[in-house]
Each structure stands twice: as C-alpha cells, then as structure tokens.
Design a binder for this molecule. Structure first.
Ligand code: GLC
Length: 747
C-alpha cells in the first residue's frame, strides 16, 4: 500500500475523529498533542506490521559519513525498501535526500517517509560562531536568529531535524565539547536553550523552513570526570537537579520535539539505559511528547560499559528506559522482536515509540509531502546568501569578548602599515570550528582578509610566524621583521578547530605549540599590539594577560569571523561580549565556576587553615560574565523596593548605569542573589537576571529587575523545590566579581 493510499486512509480517519483541519502548529510552549495528528498516527499504526514498527525505531547513517566509531557499513537502500529504517543521518542536500526519500516512499510497502537528521550545531553552510562563543553575546534574539538561519539553510538542503541545541552545562574547560554549549550557568544556559529551540523550530514545524530540534545530551554529559570525553559521571541528585537538568526542562518548555540520550553513565547507570532519567523524569514527570534518540551506538555501548552482557540485554535496558530510536547501534532492529516474544517488552511500548516518531513526521508535514524539503532551486537561493552572511558577521561581532585593553584599541583606520601575524591570521579552515556541518573554509573570510577589506588604503602585511602546533620557530625571524615594519600588530593565535569538540579534550590549556613564544617575541618590540584569540574553550593565559597590551577573545567566529574581528579592532563595533564560562589561571584550579559554595573555611590570604592553594590564587583569571568595552560604565543608585518581602511579594531592583567613556556601547547588566542560610548550603552567587542595554556616551539608563520567591527557590534538604524564608543578598554589576550588594529578607 503506497503512501498515497495511506494519506487517503489517514486523512479520512483524521476527519472522522477531529472534524477539522489538522493544525500542525505549535506556537511555543511544550510540544502539544493534536487530536487530528493522533488520529492520523493511529491510522498508520493500524496498517503496520511489527517489523515495520521496529523499522521506524532504527536510524542509520548515510553518505559514508560517520560521527562516531564505525559500527556497520550498511547497504541502507535495501533496508529502507524492507521498511527497516525510520530515519537517516548524515544524508545531505535536496537532491540526495530526495533520492533516498523516494526509496522509502515509493519502494517500501507502506511508503512511510524517512526523517533526515544532521548536526546543524552553529550553522549549516553559513557558519556562525561556535555555540560557546555565540553564548558570549548575551543577546537571546541574536542567538535565536542564528538558529533560525541555520534551520532555513538546513531545511533547504533536505534536513528535517537537527541534533541541536547541545544544552549540557559545562564547568570543565578540559572537556572538548564546552565549545558546543552555553557555558557554566544553568540560568543562562536555560535561556539559551529556549532561544535555540525556538530558532530551529520557529512557530510551526509545518513551515518547511523549520526543522525539529533535539535537546542533547540527556543528561550530565558535561560532568565527565577530568573533563575527559565519555568519562564517568558521578554527581549528587541535588547537583543533577540544580545544575544539569534545568536547560533540558527549558528546552521542553520551549517545545523541543526530540531529545538525545548521552553516552555517559550517571552514578553507575548509562543514561541510555537509565529508566529513572529517561522514562521517569523526561517522559512521565515532564510529560515530554516528542521522541528520544540514542546517541551514536550508545545502546550498543552498554555492553562496553559493562551493564549489558549482550545485544539482547542492551535492547531490553534501552527500550525499558524509554529510548525510542537506536542511532547506528543496529540493536533494536535485531533484538526487539525477540524481547517482545519473550515478554520482556510489550507491543504497547513499541507502539508508543513509533507513535512519537510518526507524530513528529506528521508535524513536519512529511506525510502531506515527503519531498517538501527537497527543492534544489530553493537550496541554491538560500544557502550562503548575502543576508545570512551579514547576520553571521553581526553575531560574530557581538560574541567577541574584550579581555584586556590598555588603550591600544580601537586601532586607527589611518595607520600606514598593519602587520597581521600568527598561524590563525590567514586561516579559513579552523575559523569555522568543529561541528560545522556543510560549512567550508573556502567560503570563510580570514582575519587578514577582513582587515585588508576594511583598510583598502593601508599596507597590511602578514607573516605566519609558526604553526598552531609543533615546535618549529623557523618563522619567528620573518614574523619579527614583519612586525618591525608596522605601526601596529595584530597577532592571531589559538587552537586548531580539531582541538575542541567531540573526543577532543585537553589536559593542558595553554596556547598549543610555540605560539606563546611567538607572542612574547613580538611583544618585545613594544609596538601597539593586540592578541586575537581563536579557541574553543577557556585557556590558561595569565602570562598573556600580564604581558600584552590588549586581548580580544574571538572564539572560533565562523564564516564571517575575519570581517567581524576587523569591525571590532578598528572600532566599527564596540565589543560587548561577556564570558559564559570562567577562565581559570591554571588547570589545577579546575573545576572553577562562579556559583561555588562558601565552605566552612573560605580563603583568607593570611590564614593558614582556610580553603586555598599554596601555589595559586583561588580566583579565576577572568570571571564568569566578564567582558570589557571601549567605553566604561558606572553603576549608581542601586536600590530595592523593600528590605523585607513575603512569599507572594515581588521585590523590585533598580540601578542606574552611566556610560562614562567616549564611545556608545552595550553593557550586560547582571543580577545575582545569595541565599545566606538554607536547609542546605547555597552558592555564594547565582545569576537570576540580566539585561543587555545600549547606552550612548554620557547617558544614563535605569535598569529594572523583579525578584519573586520563585526566583529564590532551590532543592531543599528534602529535595522540595521551593524558597525558604531568611536573609538574602542581591548584587548588580557588569560581571560576577565586580558587584554592588544590598540585603533583604524573605519572610
Ligand atoms: C555524535 C555526538 C552527537 C551527534 C551524533 C550524530 O557522536 O555525540 O552529539 O549528534 O553523534 O552525529
């Protein structure tokens, strides 16, 4: 029975059960159940054999691409024809997805369309800054817009589904995947998660320019011991609920359509087989209506974890945990029927998994038109279009963080000669970072080119100086000679793309290779100089902060990174980024994050028996929320509406922020609280609000916040989520360190 017949059957069924047009819209808020769609899903389910149902739970990689250890090389066309595949990943392009979809729709018995998934993490072809860098912009509209454009380009290229946003909180910069998320803070990470889900999914999945998002990696993947990818996670239930779960809940509240389970074990049980996490919290407590896909072969990897003795037991654990789809594990397709026959699982469980997947396929409109994402003309029009590139440049500018400036920045556009030096100066491959989908270095613009484009009448000279890695200093002499000729030097150093991302953890966080020596050698010339950092994580660069006059954190800024760096360096954009993750002074301090506990012996320099190192300060090099501007901001008239509030009251908080410098600029005004005494110990600070405000030079803006008891809630001694009466502090400022404080009491 081909799809046309299915459509006829299910449409008839839907009309009979709902009597109105199927609305496939979901305008924000948790993914809702639409009776009209459910009627259609029921009708398809009734037509399916058990083999076809199990086939829907099977996801294979295509195109020969792998984003994980190769498990099986599968002749997937035949599997699709037999109805053994519900989804493909790594199949790209309107033409290619059309070809593969056609097999499913026209050559399988029921013609159920495939859903194509891909890692569209920070852009599809137009690549935006890596997500950690993008999070430094503290502009949720810009973050949403970035995801929107990624979705438009991915949808035009045949993708229905992105394996993003990655919402793992990360407090250990040794972990390579910090580049993929929004940093260390659960409050901010939750807001970024919502923005990214809304950007990808738009206001309706029925819109062919939207793609279904995927909150990953559920859960606590970022807490891997030692910052080593895939490593063991052993955390308290309280930390799990206070730090790692919130961004996933936020994604559900934003209507995310899918989840992905993580590789890691959590307190002894791999999440992919963890019923308490997936079924009990995600599906039952949070009432998640979408579907959850395993990570690459993470069902199969339960054998390696040592919690399943064979494929059969791995499938049993995963299906009973609530995992709906098996990504490249080749386990469900071979084991579920046996488990069903043995009574280990029920057809109801299988039906529920199939229903969730078909629900999303219907919401995407794939049953109405399986080829609606396969328009090669639309693909050509939308991919890498100038508007997208301009927005990528705008987001990249906003993401950059000015870490130090002794006054050398902004550079004058009237300089005669500018030297652009370093292994990342004329680099277009690493600038787009990892997880850059179909992005290509050939489409990117380097810093050198960006500066040359901006200064057509200036002599812009270049020397690489050294490679990103390696110990050769053979290029130093040329670099020093080049710098000598210049009125100002721009040094572009950092990490290669393949130094952050999956399976790319680092035990040392300094500049790789001999780049540090290059920076110090050029710095000896005492020329006006700025170091532009390109990196996928916080680095330990205290030596740089001590030595050089200016440092701009550019992250891996994407396709338009070069022009964006030039915009900032030469004053066409006043940097406004703030760090979403702490920069430690050294690896020994890790984990180091701003919302730490006070302990019973907080550090006192002069006291021996206090919590400190004998060979390092406790304080970070740059704190969470930190970032400078070309102007300066003064905070005054900090006030609160009461010194005491009840549980149902609202505390108003206000502060005047004055631009006291010579440039118009944006400031991220941050609001923190501290619960002084709780039934459990509370962090010394917690971000509870922020506002990014544009203030013209010399002008003052009053920034207002509101706090209620729900903002003060936490998991109490008995794990109840609520506020407790007592004394609080409230802080405002431009980062998590330099703050003004007031006190109030909650009755
Ligand atoms: C990878 C990653 C995951 C990605 C998936 C598909 O191993 O862990 O983030 O979405 O496989 O590429």
């Amino acid at each position: 029975m081909k799809l046309k017949l299915i459509i006829a059957v299910v449409t008839l069924a839907a009309w009979s059960c709902s009597g109105n047009k199927a609305t496939m819209d979901h305008s924000g808020g948790k993914l809702s159940i639409d009776p009209a769609i459910e009627g259609k899903v029921d009708s398809v389910l009734k037509l399916m054999t058990i083999d076809e149902k199990i086939g829907q739970l099977n996801q294979l990689t295509g195109n020969g691409e792998t984003t994980g250890p190769i498990t099986f090389a599968t002749e997937y066309q035949d599997a699709i024809r037999k109805g053994e595949v519900g989804s493909m990943l790594n199949v790209n392009g309107a033409a290619y997805t059309y070809k593969v979809q056609k097999i499913a729709v026209e050559e399988s018995r029921l013609g159920i369309p495939l859903i194509f998934g891909y890692d569209v993490i920070h852009g599809y072809k137009t690549i935006f800054p890596i997500p950690l860098g993008e999070a430094a912009c503290w502009d949720l509209d810009a973050i949403e817009k970035s995801a929107r454009i990624a979705a438009i380009e991915a949808a035009a290229a045949g993708q229905h589904w992105t394996f993003a946003p990655m919402v793992d909180i990360a407090r250990d910069p040794r972990w390579g995947r910090v580049m993929e998320g929004a940093g260390e803070d659960p409050f901010y990470g939750s807001l970024v998660a919502k923005a990214r889900v809304k950007g990808f999914q738009g206001s309706s999945l029925a819109d062919p320019s939207t793609i279904v998002a995927c909150a990953k990696h559920f859960v606590a993947y970022g807490a891997a011991m030692g910052g080593r990818d895939y490593n063991t996670v052993d955390i308290s239930n309280r930390t799990l609920h206070e730090v790692y779960l919130p961004p996933f809940k936020a994604a559900i509240d934003a209507g995310v359509g899918t989840f992905m389970s993580s590789f890691n074990e959590l307190n002894g049980v791999p999440v992919t087989g963890n019923k308490e996490m997936v079924k009990d919290i995600l599906k039952d407590e949070w009432q998640f209506n979408g579907f959850i896909v395993s990570d690459w072969a993470s069902i199969r990897e339960m054998l390696v974890h040592g919690i399943a003795s064979d494929d059969y037991q791995a499938a049993d654990l995963a299906m009973n945990a609530g995992i709906d789809m098996d990504m490249e594990g080749h386990i469900y397709i071979h084991q579920l029927k046996k488990l069903l026959a043995d009574g280990k699982i029920t057809e109801k469980q299988i039906d529920d998994a199939v229903r969730r997947i078909l629900r999303i396929k219907f919401m995407l409109g794939l049953f109405d038109d399986p080829y609606r994402y396969c328009d090669t003309i639309r693909e050509k029009e939308l991919i890498l279009n100038p508007r997208h590139l301009e927005i990528a440049r705008e987001v990249a500018r906003k993401s950059m963080v000015l870490l130090k400036n002794d006054g050398v920045l902004p550079l004058s556009k009237k300089l005669n000669t500018v030297a652009v030096i370093g292994p990342l100066a004329d680099n277009t491959e690493d600038i787009i970072g990892t997880w850059s989908a179909r992005g290509e270095g050939k489409d990117a613009v380097s810093v050198l080119t960006g500066i040359r484009q901006k200064l057509p009448n200036t002599k812009v000279i270049h020397a690489k100086g050294c490679d990103i890695t390696g110990d050769s200093k053979a290029g130093f002499a040329e670099a020093i000679a080049t710098a000598r000729k210049a009125d100002a030097v721009v040094l572009v150093v950092g990490e290669a793309a393949m130094m952050s991302g999956e399976a790319l953890s680092r035990a040392f966080l300094d500049l790789p290779g001999v780049q540090k020596d290059l920076v110090l050698a050029i710095n000896e010339l005492k020329k006006p100089m700025v170091v532009v950092l390109m990196n996928g994580r916080p680095l330990t660069i205290e030596w740089m902060d001590n030595a050089v006059p200016a440092i701009l954190e550019a992250w891996l800024p994407g396709t338009m990174g070069g022009p964006a760096v030039a915009d900032v360096l030469f004053g066409d954009y006043n940097p406004s980024g703030k760090l979403p993750m702490t920069f430690p002074r050294n690896v020994g301090q890790i984990p180091l994050f701003y919302y730490h506990k006070n302990t019973g012996r907080p550090r006192v320099e002069t006291e021996r028996y206090t919590s400190k190192y004998i060979d390092s300060p406790n304080t970070p090099l740059y704190p969470f929320g930190y970032g400078l501007s070309y102007t300066s901001f003064d905070y005054s008239n900090f006030g609160i509406s009461a010194n005491e509030i009840g549980m149902s009251d609202t505390l108003k908080v206000w502060v005047d922020v004055t631009n006291t410098g010579n440039y118009d600029g944006e400031e991220v005004v941050q609001l923190y609280i501290r619960d002084m005494v709780g039934s459990v110990t509370r962090p010394v600070k917690e971000l509870k609000g922020f506002e990014k405000v544009f203030i013209k030079k010399g002008e003052t803006v009053k920034v207002m916040f509101k706090l209620t008891a729900s903002d003060l809630a936490f998991y109490t001694r008995t794990m109840e989520f609520k506020a407790e009466p007592g004394d609080f502090k409230v802080f405002v400022g431009g980062n998590s360190r330099d703050l003004q404080e007031l006190s109030f009491r909650l009755k």
